[in-house]
Write a new protein. Structure first.
Length: 157
């Protein structure tokens, strides 16, 4: 499993923010760095975050582009999770009624119902440690106009 080092990203963000004008950005270091990229060329974002996982530069007919980075780090938890794949019949349950009258009592079946149990398997519990999605929109000149950051907080703290 590839381990993503958050410290490298934070260091790069700190380097970029030292050169950038103060903005209105609030939040974690990644969100602050992304917000400070607004007004800068997309190449600055690629320098900061690395090669984007998805992206499309501006088109020849004048519309802007976008760049997106997706990072996920997980680990296997100590517990197992049951994954239900179906059910199997393990028997039947019969409901009885007792009929009484004139000194005689009888146990009479009035219905049956199938009894089922779940069928499946146990698998490892996958725990998300770090999830980070960064999307940058650019104008026709490949200048960042909008930055959206989802999560980008290390959950192991």
């Amino acid at each position: 499993m590839r381990i993503l080092t958050v410290s490298g990203l934070v260091l790069a963000a700190a380097t970029l923010t030292a050169c950038s004008p103060m903005g209105k950005a609030q939040g974690n270091d990644v969100a602050v760095a992304a917000q400070r990229l607004i007004g800068q060329p997309a190449s600055a974002a690629i320098e900061l975050f690395g090669k984007p996982d998805q992206g499309l530069g501006p088109s020849s007919y004048g519309s802007g582009g976008f760049y997106a980075w997706h990072r996920l780090q997980t680990h296997i938890g100590p517990e197992k999770i049951f994954v239900k794949t179906g059910r199997e019949q393990v028997g039947t349950r019969t409901t009885y009624a007792i009929m009484r009258g004139q000194g005689v009592a009888a146990k009479v079946p009035v219905g049956t119902q199938a009894v089922y149990r779940p069928v499946g398997y146990y698998t490892d519990d996958l725990v998300i440690d770090y999830l980070c999605n960064i999307t940058l929109m650019t104008d026709a000149k490949d200048i960042v106009t909008q930055a959206t950051v989802v999560d980008c907080v290390d959950n192991r703290k």
